[in-house]
Design a protein around this ligand. Structure first.
Ligand code: AMP
Ligand code: MN
Ligand code: MN
Ligand code: MN
Length: 284
């Protein structure tokens, strides 16, 4: 049995839509008491070697990580990969392809925003981007807050960039099967990120869990910055019901935006199998 309690296996750096570097995140994780950390940039593993080295320097344990965008039942679902080989060629190519449509999508988002009187959103969002291959809605949100169109990012996602609102451009991401296969073929383990956040019916969620499991998926996030305390309980029960291990992660993006800091979450409920117990051989 693992003695680790403070694992934080979900956060973002400037390599995707976070505002801190991998080195700054490692130092912050260590200062907050994190014992085991993973950097999980969206559709990117370009920060993995830096993050592992920074974890070592700060005296904390590390698992490789990523968060892959997937389209399932016409919704975007996020699949976290943990403990994979960061130099795996098939996974790198798959993620490269997944990032591919983001530039064109961003231009279309900008055109839509221009129609409601918000000019220059593409160029404005680009000023917040650390990785030119990874322009995301978060970068547009920062532009809209900076420009005074909204008070904060939650308000942005209520008024813009989401289905039915200006600036929303539907996008087809990776398939569930591809994402789980890339992770597991690279000796990693696949986790459904923040399952409480999707707008699924009970039947759709059931289909997601069963299909994920059939492709080799092993865990779901239970304690995450994206869940309410009631959802910790709901998804703890579902982890037991479906035979999934459980993960814990803040989904930290920025000191100015994230309500949940690295390592500052409740522990996983004691009856669950922590996902890191299945990954002991992959911990660095
Ligand atoms: P994208 O991958 O470009 O579709 O951007 C998705 C990112 O937008 C997520 O990873 C979050 O960082 C951010 N996001 C999405 N919905 C919200 C929300 N309701 N509040 C705050 N951030 C959000
Ligand atoms: Mn994000
Ligand atoms: Mn996510
Ligand atoms: Mn995330």
């Amino acid at each position: 049995m693992s003695s680790i309690l403070n694992a934080d296996l979900h956060c973002h750096s400037v390599v995707s839509d976070g505002t801190l570097t991998p080195e700054e995140l490692a130092a912050r994780a260590a200062a907050n008491g994190v014992e085991l950390w993973a950097l999980t940039d969206h559709d990117e593993i370009g920060g993995q070697h830096r993050a592992a080295a920074a974890a070592r320097q700060n005296g904390i344990k590390y698992l490789t990580g990523t968060e892959i965008s997937v389209t399932f039942a016409n919704e975007t679902v996020h699949i976290v990969g943990l403990g994979f080989d960061p130099d795996d060629a098939a996974m790198s190519e798959g993620l490269y392809d997944t990032r591919g449509g983001r530039g064109k999508r961003a231009q279309e988002m900008s055109e839509q925003l221009a129609k409601v009187g918000i000019q220059g959103a593409y160029e404005g969002a680009l000023r917040f981007v650390g990785n030119p291959e990874l322009i995301s809605r978060t970068h547009f949100a920062r532009f809209l807050v900076e420009g005074g169109y909204c008070r904060d990012t939650p308000e942005v996602f209520r008024k813009y960039l989401t289905e039915g609102k200006p600036g929303y451009v539907p996008h087809r991401w990776a398939t569930l099967k591809d994402a789980v296969t890339w992770i597991t073929a690279a000796n990693g383990l696949a986790v459904i990120a923040h399952p409480g956040r999707y707008k699924f019916t009970a039947n759709e969620e059931y289909a997601l869990f069963l299909e994920f499991k059939a492709h080799g998926g092993k865990a779901i996030e239970v304690v995450t910055g994206s869940h309410s305390p009631a959802e910790y309980v709901e998804y703890a029960d579902k982890a037991v019901e479906f035979g999934f291990a459980a993960s814990r992660g803040s989904d930290f993006h920025s000191p100015d935006e994230s309500h949940c800091d690295l390592g500052k979450l409740p522990w996983l409920p004691g009856n669950l199998t922590p996902v890191w117990e299945l990954l002991e051989h992959r911990i660095q």
